[in-house]
Design a protein around this ligand. Structure first.
Ligand code: ADP
Ligand code: ASP
Ligand code: MG
Length: 403
């Protein structure tokens, strides 16, 4: 049985007119395949639900948060299914718990570990089109969980894995993965094929087009992904293993974050274990520390320590540091007006001088680099938020990404 998994994101199901267009796309694939559909909530719905929880409490219980924010997917799935029935197809919606989709891990950030295939397989055999809620599952206590913002991407990929689908197509509002966000830089170029590794870095470093966890799942399970638009028929982008790609570009893409904050502790006593004393309570409170830089002061007794966190964690971090009896420092500073700009590409592994070219290009634009971090296939710099567009545009030119 040839199976295809189609995922539709929020904008693709944003209005009833869009949903009618989605039903047409599904109908087209139904001619050749057994189709499994995963849908997100209509655009804006999940955000509205999150805002409702905030109106009740800033510390809204995670378990109820998941029940609340997963409800948007029920609506879009019923609408898609309803439209397909209207058009004469055999279709029905499925909530994650009706299948069930089993997840592990904490509320809000669970991961799909198993999908019960029985009902879906027998429904497909009868010619049905199942429309399944993305973003959600249940845990071993039978309670509803969600798998992180943008999680329907991961739901689709896990369905493709468990049902051994021939293809997994992510339908979104852009016609592929671009060298950088095409809504921010007009000269951004569509990438025909990209490796899991590069896509994972691009997504983790801010390219919203794919959820980072979904790429980890795809890579681990060798699921090829096609990203394309539900608005046009243009060819999309293939995300696949590195072996399948011939690429002569040094840099594949540029990403940036919008939700980082910088924390600086000035005049920290410089002794062994001090960084551990600062970071241990942060990690115990699930605060993810990202970039770190430490400077020794002139007298060698004190150090300034700078690190970045997600800006949502800022008030919690402030409280933890001020309550930490194990550390002494002269002053504590915070800056939300920062953004991490990263260049990504497997080509940099074998090409010397990439770091220099990046720094020189930013220097030419008089952009000050505050913190640097690197890995094998990416270089990230923290800069003032107001310079992000300028930085991306100059790096895009420097590495000839518009060619
Ligand atoms: P969906 O609702 O379909 O899941 P998202 O809003 O999550 O869609 O992702 C699509 C958006 O990702 C695009 O509208 C685009 O602005 C943004 N984006 C960021 N970086 C990139 C990139 N490198 N290539 C394509 N789109 C990108
Ligand atoms: N509706 C969820 C969100 O907005 C999941 C998704 O869109 O994939 O995060
Ligand atoms: Mg998305």
């Amino acid at each position: 049985m040839k199976i295809i998994v189609l995922k539709f994101g929020g904008t693709s199901v944003g209005t009833t007119d869009r949903i009618k267009k989605v039903a047409k796309i599904i109908a087209k694939y139904k001619k050749k395949y057994n189709v499994i559909v995963l849908s997100s909530a209509m655009s804006g719905v999940t955000n509205n639900l999150i805002n409702l929880s905030k109106k009740i409490s800033k510390n809204f219980a995670d378990s109820e948060y998941d029940v609340l924010v997963s409800s948007g997917e029920q609506v879009s799935c019923a609408l898609i299914s309803g439209e397909l029935i209207n058009k004469g197809f055999n279709s029905r919606s499925w909530m994650s718990w009706q299948i069930p989709i089993i997840t592990d891990g904490k509320y809000k950030f669970s991961r799909i570990s198993k999908i019960n295939k029985n009902q879906i397989i027998s429904y497909l055999k009868k010619g049905g089109i199942p429309i399944i809620t993305g973003f959600q599952g249940i845990n071993n206590k039978n309670r509803i969980t969600t798998i992180g913002r943008g999680g329907t991407d991961a739901s689709a990929i896990m369905f493709a894995k468990f049902f051994e689908a021939e293809k997994c197509i992510i339908y979104t509002d852009v016609d592929g993965v671009y060298s950088t966000d095409p809504n921010k830089l007009k000269s951004a170029k569509k990438i025909k094929v990209i490796s899991y590794e590069e896509m994972l870095e691009m997504a983790s470093l801010g390219a919203k087009v794919m959820q980072p966890h979904s790429i980890q799942d795809a890579r681990l399970n060798r699921v090829d992904i096609e990203v394309r638009s539900s608005f046009t028929d243009n060819d999309g982008t293939l995300i696949t293993k590195r072996k399948n790609i011939i690429n002569n570009k040094i840099i594949t893409g540029i990403s940036n974050t919008i939700n980082d904050a910088k924390v600086t502790l000035l005049g920290v006593r410089d002794k062994p274990g001090i960084a551990a004393s600062i970071f241990k309570p942060l990690s115990e409170n699930s605060i993810n520390v990202d970039m770190v830089v430490q400077n020794i002061s002139a007298n060698g007794k004190e150090t300034d320590l700078t690190f970045t966190i997600k800006s949502d964690d800022l008030s919690k971090t402030k409280k933890i540091i001020l309550q930490n009896k194990k550390i002494n420092f002269r002053d504590l500073m915070f800056d939300k007006n920062v953004s991490k700009v990263s260049i990504i590409g497997v080509g940099m592994v074998t090409t010397p001088g990439v770091t220099y070219r990046m720094f020189q290009s930013l220097a030419n634009q008089k952009i000050n680099i505050q913190v640097i971090s690197t890995s094998e296939i990416k270089i990230s710099v923290l800069i003032d938020k107001k310079n992000v567009r300028k930085a991306i545009s100059s790096l895009h030119k420097e590495f000839k990404l518009n060619k």
